[in-house]
Every structure is written in structure tokens, then in C-alpha cells.
Ligand binder design. Structure first.
Ligand SMILES: Cc1cc2nc3c(=O)[nH]c(=O)nc-3n(C[C@H](O)[C@H](O)[C@H](O)COP(=O)(O)O)c2cc1C
Length: 267
């Protein structure tokens, strides 16, 4: 693929992957691509754990499913992330960021705008939607042939120091290299974030992965080959919408927004 085409095609994969194992060649290409990312003083503070063992993947899936359910049941998710949800085309056209509710599957749509109220939340719980989403997440993870844990070396990763910021910046670039390489190889990737939201779950994963004391577990992803016809998951946390240039680019000083070029393709 042309490089710019790879960038444009890069997506978050929310659906199921093919059951085929990710070839060793491709696994190694992914981590090699990551290692080519820039880092402060070439410190390369990232560490990657490739997980293809079915039992460990199943354990992660159980934790992913359980934490998704807990997150939804308690209403914490919606309280914390309400500001990212867009409920109408007009709102999306104006902001051009966040997650468009219209992209949510039919079953969720009637509840999501009401879920910010106590009644809405209890209705959603009564209908068993958190359980449904939890099961869905568990299946998505357990059916992913490869999981990837990203860690940082604590000697470099000191959150209160500038090096902490540099580490996060470098790690983000390394992950983006992996993400783009996935697009090139016909693979998909999705962040497994719910365990980070529930106290204790991250510690469970740290133990499961035998992360040594000198490393910090930072992120987990699920990966695999993408089927030709992608089925949408029960809930779709991604959006193709992107801001107009005038909303995020400035010229010479921050009072002069960049006009939208005629030919720019907006989704
Ligand atoms: C820091 C970060 C956290 C994210 N968290 C999640 C997540 O928990 N679940 C998920 O499916 N996608 C997650 N995403 C993916 C975004 O939702 C996605 O990038 C965005 O909607 C744009 O969609 P695209 O990646 O397909 O272009 C995350 C992305 C980033 C960079």
C-alpha cells in the first residue's frame, strides 16, 4: 500500500478477527516497526509482551468481560465519558469529534441518551445490557489470536518528571507504528481499556503477565487478521469523523485558523 493510503486506512477494529494465528513473521514485523519509533535520547523505554497462549488470552478475556460489565452497571462509564457522545448529526457536524451515537447498534440507541439519568441506568441494568456488553467484550478478546501488552521501563518512566512525558510520547509513536503496520498486513487492532477503569483489575493483569517490578504495564491491545466482511460489534466506540483544519490548525499565531483546503476528503 502507498504510505498515505496506509495512514488513511488505519482504523480501530471493533469486530471479531479471523481465528487464524498471527504468523511469527508478522508478529516480528509489528515489534520491529515499533522499535523504529523515535524516543528521547534513543532510550527505547518500551517493552512488548506478545501473548498467543490460549489460556492466558482466556484469562485476559474474563477480566475484560467482567470489567466491561462492572463499568457499565455502575454508570461510571457514562458519567466519566458523557462529553464524548454526539447525539445528532447537527452536533457531529459542528464538533466533528467524539463518538456519534447513530453509529451505535439499534439495541443500545434508545438507552444511551437516557443512561445519564438514574432511571435510564436502572432500565439499562434491568434489561441486562451491561451483561450483554461484558459477554461481547469477553468473546472479542478470547477470539483474538494475539494480545499485546505494552510496558515502560520505570527507570525512564517517572510520571512527575519530563522523562515521564517523553516516555508516553515515545510509546504512543511506537504503538502508532504497530497500528499502521497492522493496516499494511491486513490486520486489525483494538485497545483493551476496561481493566484500567476498575480498581484491582490492572493488578490482576500485572500478576498474570508476571510484569517485573522495574516495568510498568501501560496498555493492552487485541490483534488479529480482519475478515473481509466485518460484522459490527454490539457497541462501536470508534468514529471516522475528523475535525476541519480550521478547528485544529493555525497559521503563524493561534488567532489565525487554517482554512479548509478545497480537496480535503472529510468522512
Ligand atoms: C488513548 C486511546 C484510548 C482509546 N480507547 C479505546 C477503547 O477503550 N476502546 C476502543 O474500542 N477504542 C479505543 N480507542 C480508539 C478510538 O476510539 C478511535 O481511535 C477513534 O474513535 C477514531 O477511530 P479510528 O481509530 O478508527 O480512526 C482509543 C484510542 C486511543 C488513542
Amino acid at each position: 500500500m502507498e504510505f498515505l493510503e496506509v495512514i488513511r486506512r488505519r482504523r480501530t477494529t471493533n469486530g471479531h478477527f479471523l481465528p487464524d494465528p498471527v504468523s511469527m513473521e508478522h508478529q516480528h514485523l509489528l515489534v520491529e516497526a515499533a522499535s523504529r519509533a523515535p524516543s528521547h535520547f534513543n532510550s527505547q523505554p518500551w517493552r512488548f509482551l506478545l501473548i498467543d497462549d490460549p489460556e492466558i488470552r482466556q484469562n485476559v478475556a474474563e477480566i475484560g468481560g467482567r470489567t466491561m460489565r462492572e463499568l457499565m452497571e455502575g454508570g461510571r462509564f457514562f458519567q466519566r465519558y458523557r462529553k464524548y457522545f454526539r447525539f445528532s448529526q447537527a452536533e457531529m457536524d459542528e464538533k466533528r469529534d467524539g463518538i456519534f451515537i447513530d453509529q451505535m447498534p439499534k439495541i443500545i440507541r434508545p438507552f444511551i441518551s437516557k443512561v445519564f439519568t438514574d432511571t435510564g441506568l436502572s432500565l439499562m441494568n434491568k434489561l441486562g445490557i451491561p451483561k450483554l456488553l461484558g459477554n461481547d467484550n469477553r468473546k472479542l478478546i478470547s477470539g483474538s489470536p494475539l494480545l499485546l501488552a505494552v510496558m515502560l521501563d520505570k527507570e525512564e518512566y517517572i510520571p512527575e518528571d519530563l522523562s515521564g512525558f517523553y516516555c508516553v510520547l515515545s510509546m504512543g509513536m511506537a504503538i502508532e507504528h504497530i497500528w499502521l503496520t497492522c493496516a499494511e498486513l491486513g490486520m486489525g487492532i483494538q485497545f483493551v481499556s476496561t481493566p484500567m477503569e476498575i480498581p484491582g483489575a490492572w493488578d490482576e493483569l500485572t500478576k498474570l503477565f508476571k510484569v517485573p517490578d522495574h516495568l510498568e504495564l501501560m496498555a493492552i491491545y487485541r490483534l488479529g487478521y480482519v475478515p473481509e466482511k466485518q460484522q459490527r460489534p454490539k457497541i462501536d466506540w470508534s468514529s471516522r469523523h475528523r475535525k476541519r483544519f480550521s478547528q485544529f490548525v493555525f497559521r503563524n499565531n493561534c488567532e489565525t485558523p487554517e482554512p479548509e483546503p478545497d480537496k480535503r476528503q472529510l468522512d
